[in-house]
Ligand binder design. Structure first.
Ligand SMILES: [Zn+2]
Length: 383
């Protein structure tokens, strides 16, 4: 099966639309993961549950009418951990504190062995491509997130600069692995970008200097990607989503976007539906596009569904948001996405939804509404 690189939605007169990536894992899979850790089921049983969850995800994605799909990251413990080999790092520093008070940890390296990816996202693409003829996209962890693994106390015989070189090489290879396995587009998660600017983040690593370092790392990775793939490598910004709570919603986009647009990505996936005023986000993004002028014109996929809320956006609301956004973002650069992955971590009870299984139903309904709403906006803007 050949890879369909590109913005193929436009060929049929549609604005591009794509998911961010993750979906709530079925409660059954979440239980199986914990049961395997406790030794009450074996690895083969767990693999069956992963396979069943991916198959169900693909079937339900196809039913939404989505022109491009993911595996819902059903096999990942978190959006960030898959490259880290067991035994090389220990979760010891707070990555993010969420508005509901819970936190998630970042692993820290415990060995001076050179860092290399334990697994590549391309293997998930390869599996899902066997289940569908539809184009597939993939989300990968950012080199910025991985850079937080280097301990402040340093490592004997392994400098931070050497570690960053290894992270960049791994990150570029990860993105290339997805295209090689048949992905049509790949985005890099960059939730830590907005979090870095949250003055109340309660995390030690955050700050403007950290954000600037992150952007430099991302650009070094993008530089290492073959030219034919670069327009189809995106960067996703959001205020986080875990247990239906966020970590940096208070950070004003007016502060983040001028920094974000320094990243030389082919496209951006920008959370907007969950903001108080989604139209203001489009306006601020439009200003950045104007500033870039002829230098670069990345495509903008605006978030039109909010994964932290069980309230279902209607197709009409979504179309309205996109048509309004086109006052600021030229229709030829505009598209839609979800505000974030629906469940970036495997174990997630989705408390505002009441259960992960109901949240899964809601997520697919939101995706279907996004596809329909984008089709309505396409008629207005491209018809
Ligand atoms: Zn996100």
């Amino acid at each position: 099966m050949s890879t369909r690189l590109g913005w193929f939605e436009l060929e049929s007169g549609q604005l591009p639309t794509e998911p961010v990536g993750s979906l709530p894992r079925p409660a059954r899979l979440q239980h199986a993961v914990l049961a395997q850790l406790a030794g009450s089921i074996d690895e083969a049983d767990l693999q069956q549950e992963y396979d069943a969850a991916v198959k169900d995800t693909v079937d339900r994605f196809v039913a939404t009418g989505s022109p491009i799909i993911t595996d819902g990251e059903q096999r990942r413990n978190s959006f960030a951990s898959y490259p880290v080999a067991p035994g090389t790092a220990t979760a010891s520093e707070v990555f993010a504190v969420y508005a509901d008070g819970h936190h998630r940890l970042v692993p820290k390296l415990t060995t001076s062995q050179r860092f290399s990816y334990a697994s590549y996202a391309g293997s998930d693409v390869e599996y899902v491509r066997k289940l569908t003829d539809l184009p597939v996209k993939e989300a990968v962890v950012s080199p910025a997130m991985l850079s937080l693994m280097y301990p402040d106390s340093g490592l004997d015989g392994y400098s931070k600069a050497e570690f960053e070189e290894d992270v960049i090489a791994g990150s570029a290879a990860d993105i290339i692995s997805c295209f090689a396995a048949g992905a049509s587009r790949v985005h890099v998660d960059f939730t830590e970008g907005r979090l870095a600017l949250n003055p109340n983040s309660q995390v030690a690593w955050a700050g403007t200097a950290a954000l600037h370092g992150f952007i430099e790392l991302l650009n070094r990775v993008l530089d290492a990607i073959p030219e034919q793939y670069r327009p189809f490598v995106g960067v996703h910004t959001c205020p986080g989503n875990d247990l239906d709570s966020s970590h940096s919603r208070d950070v004003d986009y007016a502060k983040l976007l001028p920094e974000l647009f320094q990243i030389e990505a082919g496209y951006f996936l920008v959370q907007a539906a969950g903001e108080e005023d989604p139209d203001r986000v489009a306006n601020l993004v439009g200003q950045q596009l104007k500033q870039l002028g002829g230098a670069r014109q990345p495509r903008i996929l605006l978030g039109v569904t909010n994964p932290t809320s069980p309230r279902l956006e209607t197709a009409e609301e979504i179309a309205d948001q996109l048509v309004k956004a086109s006052r600021f973002i030229p229709a030829e650069l505009l598209g839609s996405t979800d505000d974030c992955g629906f469940s970036p971590y495997l174990v997630d009870s989705k408390p505002r939804h009441g259960s992960p299984d109901f949240a899964r139903d809601v997520a697919f309904a939101k995706i279907a509404a996004r596809v329909q709403g984008t089709a309505i906006a396409s008629e207005t803007l491209l018809g």
